[in-house]
Design a protein around this ligand. Structure first.
Ligand SMILES: [Zn+2]
Ligand SMILES: [Zn+2]
Length: 307
C-alpha cells in the first residue's frame, strides 16, 4: 500500500542546472495530492510519468511565483484534454483572484469545476479529511503568509488472524466487530479477548512539507516523528545573511529542525541557483542529521509500513 513522495521541482526562485521550481506529488494508497505548482510543473508530470488526471487536490504553501506560476498552464492543459473531474485547491488568500483575472483576460475556459479554499496560514489546524488521511496546516515564517502541510494517514484497523475462525468457531459476521475492538464470546461463555484474535495495525504514516521558511523551531511540535520531513535548505551556512534576508533556511538549520523533531528522514530542497548541484547543502545537513537526502527533481521517496 503506497505512501510515496515524488519531487517535481527542487529549485529556489528560478530554474537552474536542470532544477525546476517547487512542486511535489504525494501518492497515498493510490490517491494523488499535489503540493505547490511552480513553473514547468506540467512538464515534470510528463517527464516523471505522473498520471495528471488522477490529481484532484493541490495544496499551495504561499503565493510567491516559484510556487504557483505553473498553475494556470497546468489547469488549461487539463481542459484541453477535456477533464471533467473537479479540481480543488487549498491556498492562502489571493490565489482565487490571480486565477480569476488570468483566466478571464486570457479568455481561458475550464472544462471542469475549480474550487479554491482559502486557508489561514497562522493556525495549525485540519483543513482536509477523507477516508484515508487528514491534512493539517503548519504555520511557517516567511516574507509573505506561508504555511506548510502535514499529511497524516488515518489509523488502520487491526488485522484479524484467519486461523482463529476454525480454532474458536467464529461466525464470519463477527469478524468486522472484532476488528473494531470487540471480544468474542464462545457458546460456553468463554471470552476470547480481541488482542488474541488480531494483530495490531502498523502505525499511520506521515509526511510534512515545510517550505518556504526561515529557521522556525515553533514548528517542531507539529512535525514530531514524521516519516518524511521535507524542509527547505536554500543555502549553506556560508550564506547565512542571505538566508536571513530572504527569510529562508540553511542546510544546517533544516537539519536542526529534523533533529529536534526526531523525524525518520529529512529531504531537503529549494536549492538556490548559486549552487550547480546539491552536494554542498547535502553534506552540510548530514553533519547535523545523518538521514538527510537531496530532494532533486524526479526523486521518489517511499515509506513502508513500520512493523
Ligand atoms: Zn520559494
Ligand atoms: Zn517564498
Amino acid at each position: 500500500v503506497k505512501f510515496e513522495l515524488t519531487i517535481l521541482g527542487s529549485a529556489a526562485a528560478t530554474p537552474a542546472y536542470g532544477r525546476f521550481p517547487s512542486s511535489q506529488v504525494l501518492n497515498i494508497q493510490d490517491q494523488w495530492f499535489m503540493i505547490d505548482c511552480g513553473e514547468g510543473t506540467q512538464m515534470r508530470l510528463t517527464d516523471f510519468h505522473i498520471p495528471r488526471n488522477r490529481i484532484n487536490f493541490l495544496f499551495v504553501s504561499h503565493l510567491h511565483g516559484d510556487h504557483i506560476f505553473g498553475l494556470v498552464g497546468m489547469l488549461t492543459s487539463m481542459s484541453l484534454v477535456g477533464r471533467t473531474q473537479a479540481f480543488t485547491i487549498y491556498a492562502p488568500e489571493g490565489l482565487a483572484e490571480i486565477l480569476e483575472v488570468t483566466l478571464r483576460i486570457s479568455q481561458s475556459h475550464l472544462t471542469f469545476p475549480l474550487h479554491v479554499h482559502v486557508i489561514d496560514t497562522t493556525e495549525h489546524k485540519a483543513i482536509f479529511e477523507n477516508e484515508i488521511l487528514t491534512v493539517y496546516t503548519i504555520p511557517l515564517k516567511h516574507s509573505v503568509p506561508t504555511c506548510g502541510f502535514l499529511f497524516k494517514e488515518k489509523p488502520l484497523l487491526p488485522n484479524f488472524i484467519k486461523e482463529k475462525i476454525s480454532e474458536y468457531n467464529i461466525p464470519v459476521a463477527q469478524i468486522p466487530l472484532i476488528k473494531f475492538g470487540a471480544d468474542f464470546v464462545n457458546e460456553d461463555g468463554t471470552i476470547i479477548p480481541h488482542s488474541e484474535l488480531t494483530i495490531p495495525a502498523p502505525p499511520p504514516r506521515s509526511f510534512a512539507y515545510c517550505s518556504d521558511t526561515m529557521y522556525f523551531p515553533e514548528i517542531v511540535p507539529h512535525i514530531e516523528d514524521v516519516d518524511i520531513l521535507y524542509h527547505e535548505a536554500t543555502f549553506t551556512t556560508e550564506q547565512l545573511e542571505n538566508a536571513a534576508f530572504g527569510m529562508h533556511s540553511t542546510a544546517t538549520q533544516a537539519a536542526q529542525i529534523a533533529l529536534a523533531a526526531k523525524v525518520k528522514m529529512l529531504v531537503i530542497g529549494h536549492i538556490s541557483a548559486r549552487y550547480p548541484d546539491a552536494e554542498a547543502t547535502l553534506a552540510e545537513a548530514q553533519k547535523t542529521f545523518k538521514t538527510t537526502f537531496s530532494g532533486l527533481d524526479g526523486t521518489t521517496f517511499s515509506v513502508p509500513y513500520r512493523r
